[in-house]
Design a binder for this molecule. Structure first.
Ligand SMILES: Nc1ncnc2c1ncn2[C@@H]1O[C@H](COP(=O)(O)OP(=O)(O)OP(=O)(O)O)[C@@H](O)[C@H]1O
Ligand SMILES: [Mg+2]
Length: 369
């Protein structure tokens, strides 16, 4: 999105944190480029907040280092790190006005009253809070407005970077989506570096230049949203980022660039991209990559299925498919592709479900670990 200097602004190496016997972070490494928006994404308890708090200085790591713009800050006090923080509950002071809340970090920094007010007003303008709200108490604002105030307070002292921990999680879906786009535009405009914690995959896709998928205190994959979505490193990532259909599979033949694998123990071997395919694993294909054909039609990479249900979702049909007793898949069929196949798309029909071989993946099955 933005041009990044080659020197990372933040370098994390071998960062670990234990709580008693429990390993919350197990030696993570991460470089963040200046102006980059990095999202930490993962299920509850995977260590997202711990990572962010270690960067902010509120959690003391047991091992590893954090280097900010060339300086080792691993042991530096939080207030010396000049990082702006936005928490999930915003942590605004209820007894202060909006303006006082935003000016607060400057007061802590002994900035003069006049400059405090100027900078706080400018920050509130940046987040486009209506001028009439600046003397209100936080309790008099809507959730979306409070969120803006929290961002303004984090920005007001020109932080080296912005750390945000699920800042939109408490809001309803519509407002969350609206604020996601606002945050995106704001970040592009002020070109600040952001580390953003979320467990909402759509939010990570919308906002981030790069996504870190975490689990059990470790990184499962780090990459651009598109790359992770199209080429998940393993079955956990495929299941966590976006919807996916899966089936057990094993390789029966290896060629250069592709393998042939038996999927779900049935039918003929099917071609799968072979770059990283393990001998045995989980075959994965996205619902929007599937097509539904007549049962007799044999079209390349395909499996037999029965249609269990069809739902109309406005822009697409969603077909629930039964492939075998214990295996169900979902196909999303854009409405414009439905024409001519309406007769096929009915509950109870025996069909073939197909995909382009390049859209399938055979991945290490690490879901249960
Ligand atoms: N102060 C603490 N004492 C003991 N255990 C802790 C402490 N802080 C965090 N943990 C544990 O470390 C693990 C990681 O916590 P963390 O808050 O980083 O998770 P998270 O990914 O932010 O989860 P969530 O999405 O629920 O916020 C959790 O299992 C949590 O219970
Ligand atoms: Mg958390």
């Amino acid at each position: 999105m933005t041009s990044h200097e080659t020197q990372p602004i933040l370098s994390i190496r071998g960062l670990s944190k234990r709580y008693g016997d429990f390993e919350a972070l197990s030696g993570i490494d991460l470089d963040v480029a200046r102006g980059e928006f990095v999202a930490l994404l993962g299920p509850s308890g995977c260590g997202k907040s711990t990572t962010l708090m270690a960067v902010a200085g509120f959690v003391e790591p047991d091992a590893g280092s954090i280097v900010l713009a060339g300086n080792d800050i691993t042991a530096l006090a939080p207030d010396k790190r000049h990082m702006g923080m936005v928490f999930q509950d915003y942590a605004l002071f209820p007894h202060m006005s909006v303006l006082e809340n935003v000016a607060f970090p400057l007061r802590m920094r002994k900035v003069s009253r006049r400059e405090r007010e100027e900078k706080a007003l400018a920050a509130l303008e940046t987040v486009q809070l209506p001028r009439k709200s600046i003397y209100a108490r936080p309790s008099e604002l809507s959730g979306g407005q409070r969120q803006r105030v929290a961002v303004a307070r984090a920005l007001v002292f020109d932080p080296v970077m912005l750390l945000m921990d699920e800042p939109l999680a408490a809001l309803d879906r519509r407002l969350r989506q609206h604020l996601q786009y606002e945050l995106r535009h704001l970040q592009a405009r002020i070109d600040t570096t952001v580390i953003y914690v979320t467990h909402d995959q759509e939010e990570a896709l919308v906002l981030a230049d790069r996504i870190v998928v975490m689990r059990n205190g470790q990184f499962e994959q780090v990459g651009k949203p598109r790359d992770i979505y199209d080429s998940p490193a393993n079955a956990f990532v495929a299941g966590f980022l976006g919807e996916s259909n899966s089936a057990p599979a094993h390789v029966v033949q290896r060629d250069s660039g592709a393998v042939r694998a038996v999927i779900n123990g049935t039918e003929d071997p099917i071609e799968v991209p072979g770059d990283f395919a393990p001998a045995e694993g989980l075959f994965v294909v996205r619902p929007e990559r599937l097509r539904v054909h007549a049962a007799g039609e044999n079209s390349g990479a395909s499996l037999r299925a029965q249609i269990i249900d069809i739902a109309f979702l406005g822009d697409r049909l969603r077909a629930e498919l039964q492939l075998s007793d214990e295996l169900a898949w979902t196909a999303n069929i854009p409405i414009r592709d439905v024409m001519g196949t309406e007769h096929l798309l009915a509950r109870g029909n025996e069909v073939r479900v197909s995909w382009a071989p390049a859209d399938g993946r055979l991945l290490p099955d690490n879901r249960g670990t």
